[in-house]
Design a binder for this molecule. Structure first.
Ligand SMILES: Nc1ncnc2c1ncn2[C@@H]1O[C@H](COP(=O)(O)OP(=O)(O)OP(=O)(O)O)[C@@H](O)[C@H]1O
Ligand SMILES: [Mg+2]
Length: 347
């Protein structure tokens, strides 16, 4: 370029050798600096960015934000962006697969553990009977009752597992009908009265809204939700405590809260208690009181089947409150009370 410029100038202005050399050198230096700047700022720097990005990807450090790419459209930066988005996506897929794999392993271990306990217990009682205890009338009855209780527990566990797996695979259809929520809750309170009495727990219902309070629900399943939440509140609440079921009617839905005044749930467990088999360590150690840890997982799925979400709030020492919403039944809807409307349950 410098030679070409000098040649072009010398056509119009005859140049001495010194002048030609100076122009040549100045032009060469300028050209060099310009080329260097272009390469350095537009290409080398971006290639360096790509290298440092690849380094980060290798270290799984994908904390870069999309904002760092905004407004830049040069092809190398776009390449940089593409690599970043591809790596982020792949890393997310790998993390999800690892999580599922760990979940599957944990699930198998949990199921085997939960099945083992009642089977071993029943087996122990039956074998003791066969080994001679059957001849003692008192022991015979006691052991048979214990074996029966273990087998009942086993049946409940298998039923819960079946319900959960059906819900997860989307096989369960909610049979929505108009039902009076107040009546439903009162029935549940009656059914749990014995259990509450044993722990001297007071069961209260707090109603804000019209009577009957018609909601669009799958009755047996919503009963299950109340039973699980109320049983938990009684089991894990304080002895002599109070459990309040509040029903607050809003325009479109009824806000339901089941609240106890027990020790509550430590904040580190709050996000996990709806997982299958998840129990807080202390309650696991309580033996008889602790269940299988499936109750809240079932509650979560049933609420989702009613287009709702169950949430929990708890302050240590001040009890726990579980809330969810149920759609109100509207007369102008096509379905008359008692008529069923099946909805596909989302997996
Ligand atoms: N009201 C509550 N107060 C304190 N802890 C609670 C309360 N409700 C639930 N939990 C904790 O959450 C855990 C999970 O509850 P979940 O109902 O899923 O299982 P579970 O009661 O142990 O067994 P299951 O309901 O299957 O018989 C319980 O083990 C308990 O530790
Ligand atoms: Mg429970």
């Amino acid at each position: 370029m410098a030679l070409f410029t000098v040649a072009a100038i010398s056509v119009f202005y005859p140049l001495s050798t010194t002048q030609a050399t100076i122009i040549l050198l100045i032009h060469f230096a300028l050209g060099f600096v310009l080329t260097y700047i272009t390469l350095e700022f537009l290409i080398f720097r971006e290639i360096n960015n790509i290298y440092s990005m690849l380094e980060k990807i290798k270290r799984k450090d994908l904390k870069m934000t999309w904002r760092s790419f905004q407004g830049k459209l040069n092809p190398l930066q776009r390449l940089n962006q593409e690599i970043f988005s591809l790596a982020t996506k792949k890393q997310q897929e790998i993390d999800e697969l690892k999580r599922l794999e760990a979940y599957r392993r944990e699930f198998l271990a949990d199921v085997s553990h939960e099945l083992k306990t009642p089977i071993f217990a029943a087996q122990g009682f039956v074998h003791t009977l066969l080994d001679g205890a059957i001849n003692d009338k008192n022991v015979r009855e006691k052991f048979l009752k214990k074996a029966a209780r273990s087998l009942d527990g086993l049946q409940r566990l298998v039923e819960d597992l079946l319900t959960l797996s059906q819900m997860e695979t989307g096989q369960v259809k909610m049979n929505l009908m108009a039902e009076d929520l107040i009546e439903l809750v009162k029935e549940q309170i009656d059914q749990l009265e014995e259990m509450a009495k044993k722990r001297h727990t007071e069961l209260r219902i707090d109603i804000k809204g019209e009577r009957p309070m018609l909601v669009n629900i799958d009755k047996p399943r919503v009963e299950r939700v109340f039973r699980n939440l109320m049983e938990n509140a009684i089991k894990y609440g304080n002895e002599g405590g109070k459990v309040t079921i509040s029903l607050v009617q809003e325009k479109e839905y009824v806000q339901v809260t089941v609240k106890d005044d027990g020790p509550g749930i430590p904040s580190e467990h709050l996000s996990r208690i709806f997982e299958r088999f998840y129990r807080i360590e202390k309650s696991r150690a309580k033996g008889d009181e602790g269940g299988t840890g499936l109750g809240l997982a079932i509650v979560k799925y049933i609420c989702e089947g009613h287009n709702s979400r169950v949430s929990v709030t708890s302050k240590p020492g001040k009890g726990a409150a579980f809330s969810f919403r149920l759609d109100r039944f509207k007369l102008k809807e096509e379905k008359a009370p008692g008529k069923s409307a099946a909805v596909q349950f989302a997996p």
